[in-house]
Design a protein around this ligand. Structure first.
Ligand SMILES: Nc1nc2c([nH]c(=O)n2[C@@H]2O[C@H](COP(=O)(O)OP(=O)(O)OP(=O)(O)O)[C@@H](O)[C@H]2O)c(=O)[nH]1
Ligand SMILES: [Mg+2]
Length: 315
């Protein structure tokens, strides 16, 4: 296969939080599909420069600032692209299709319903996911566990992985339902770390697979309408997760943690390498503090995850 094509892709966000889409002309590759404006990075250009040039050419806006969101390598049958996706919130000018292409603003939650190129699926996931994820602490008592959840919701958490290891199925069922009522009242999504088939009846937003479970499934064990996440510690697990079509990953341990003292940390360099190879958004996990979100984004991550992120001194 020839060298990969680097493409600068812009997630242009308006003050209402909507995202700009443009329709590709029928005669081009991926004709008729909707895309995020952008185009090929030319020799000697940085991604930010290419993005600013393309967005002026294609939709007539002047970018004042852009931030990296995600980097997606994707193999199409005839070529390999690497989409370098940046978020653009600071710009001037009213976007319009300068090449005659229709453009429209779409709310993040509606993006999954729009026909887009195959490489865009993880981009849409990255746009829809927050920068922080709570993983619930070990269960001492139901009250303590639910109180950590409540405090975290008040502090703004919008994605939670429920970790209810070694509990009887009825207990998992009951606690998940309690957690769901709290989380959904705060517009927070819930991923249940448990067998997706056994707990398919629960109205959770998705399921999380521990790394050891990845090889157990011949195919994605969760319907497309629900999220599927996975724990990843190395390249081999990343490949397994990609094979199952997971929507997001938790890469760990980035730093040393009290909960896993024997694991060798990946460090930010190791995290960056896995994040760059992941065809889905990944959270940095292990020894994270809330201010690490900036580093995680800088190293190609969606953000950070942790048990002690929101409530100091618990667990
Ligand atoms: N701009 C853009 N390109 C995308 C997206 N998704 C995706 O797979 N691509 C792929 O990225 C590649 C390059 O993008 P492009 O066609 O916009 O490049 P360009 O503006 O420089 O076009 P040109 O070569 O006609 O001048 C295409 O193969 C396209 O299919 C997307 O959301 N936005
Ligand atoms: Mg283009």
């Amino acid at each position: 296969m020839s060298e990969s094509i680097h493409v600068a892709v812009g997630i242009i966000v308006n003050p209402a939080g909507e995202i700009l889409l443009a329709q590709r002309a029928d005669h081009r590759d991926q004709g008729g599909l909707w895309e995020f404006p952008g185009g090929k990075v030319e020799a000697g250009e940085t991604v930010a420069q290419a993005l600013a040039r393309e967005l002026l050419e294609e939709v007539g806006i002047t970018v004042s600032h852009s931030e990296p969101l995600i980097r997606i390598p994707h193999d199409y049958a005839d070529r390999t692209v690497v989409l370098e996706v940046h978020e653009v919130r600071a710009f001037s000018g009213e976007p319009r299709g300068r090449e005659g292409q229709p453009v429209r603003w779409v709310a993040p939650e509606q993006l999954s319903d729009v026909a887009m190129p195959a490489a865009n699926r993880p981009i849409v996931n990255a746009v829809r996911l927050p920068a922080e994820c709570l993983i619930t602490p070990p269960l001492d008592s139901d009250e303590q566990w639910l109180s950590v959840l409540k405090k975290s919701l008040h502090q703004g958490v919008r994605l939670v992985q429920l970790r209810l290891k070694e509990l009887a199925a009825e207990r998992v069922d009951a606690l998940t339902r309690k957690a769901l009522a709290l989380c959904h009242a705060h517009d927070c999504r819930v991923l249940l770390n448990a067998d997706p088939q056994q707990f398919a009846h629960l109205p959770v937003d998705g399921f999380h697979l521990p790394a050891g479970a990845l090889s157990r499934y011949p195919a994605r064990p969760v319907a497309e309408g629900r999220w599927l996440s996975a724990s990843i510690h190395n390249r081999a697990e990343l490949v397994q997760a990609a094979r199952l079509g997971v929507d997001l990953g938790f890469v760990a341990p980035v730093q040393a943690t009290a909960t896993h003292p024997d694991a060798t940390p990946l460090g930010w360099a190791g995290f960056k390498e896995l994040a760059a190879a992941a065809p889905f958004p990944v959270y940095a996990l292990g020894g994270m503090q809330r201010h690490d979100v900036t580093l995680a984004r800088q190293y190609g991550g969606q953000g950070i995850a942790g048990i002690r992120l929101f409530v100091e001194g618990e667990d």
